[in-house]
Ligand binder design. Sequence first.
Ligand code: BV8
Length: 249
Amino acid sequence: MPHDINEQLDRAAAILKRAKKVAVLTGAGISAESGLATFRGAGGLWEGHRVEEVATPRAFARDPALVWRFYNLRRVNLAAVHPNPGHFALVELEQRLGDGAFTLITQNVDGLHHAAGSRRVLEIHGSIRRVRCSGCDAIEERGIEALPELPRCGKCHALLRPDVVWFEEMLPQDIWLQAEEAAQTCDCLLVVGTSAVVYPAAGLVESARINGAQIIEVNLTPTPASRGADVVLLGQAGTILPDLMRRLT
Ligand code: BV8
């Protein structure tokens, strides 16, 4: 089927205009135009490891220095990174809808939605701007300051770890329950820049759909979420989302 982007954008705008409650699910693709590498596909490898190999509790137990090198590099990179028009378009969408009608669920750990000004943000995979003690579980905001290769807890001296959700770990339950609720009660779920392969996050799309939400997807390429989507907008989030916002006025 030919992909007439203007027609698809108009269809998506019509869905968003009708929706009383909107949820958004974002992934690494929305930060790509800010200069952050995505996880899968070209450039998605780090020191010959896939993210699924570095971001696990087993990897941290085996070689914490390797894991910290991966996260320290990403933390340091954030100093030169700023939100892009895709992030700002979602701030605009939140402002249009108002409190109680908008939830932004992100798999990203970069903090760029907050930096852009989004308010109702659920970081379901945590944040690399925080550290958590692997011994006493104390959580500390550390921004993007450089950390030693093996940082230790000031209270109990156990190793600190990034406060993110690794593979094979449970998501933070309170945040996850809010994300599920938002997906199950929205009229429209906007799915942006995610390969939609990491669960349970990817399951939110199906969950929204079976509860009657319309699905709009924004991505460079089709994903497993495209099959059940009402509108698939193929292109860069930093171009598509601002265009979509202009069509809401
Ligand atoms: C759990 C966080 C219960 C920190 C990340 C089989 C065996 C074992 C486990 C499983 C299994 N099957 C499923 C599982 C569960 C597993 C999973 O889903 N695995 C998959 C990969 C098979 N999930 C878990 O383990 C989760 N926990 O299930 O708990 C449990 C308990 C014990 C044992 C088993 C289960 C926890 C998952 C959390 C993973 N955390 N990292 C960090 O960032 O370092 S994963 C990582 O992937 C990212 O953080 C991100 O959050 C997530 C999703 O990736 P995306 O954001 O989608 O990024 P990706 O690169 O893939 O895609 C980018 C997309 O953007 C592309 O589509 C591209 O086309 C597009 N794009 C690019 N540029 C643009 C663009 N689009 C628009 N505009 C652009 N400019």
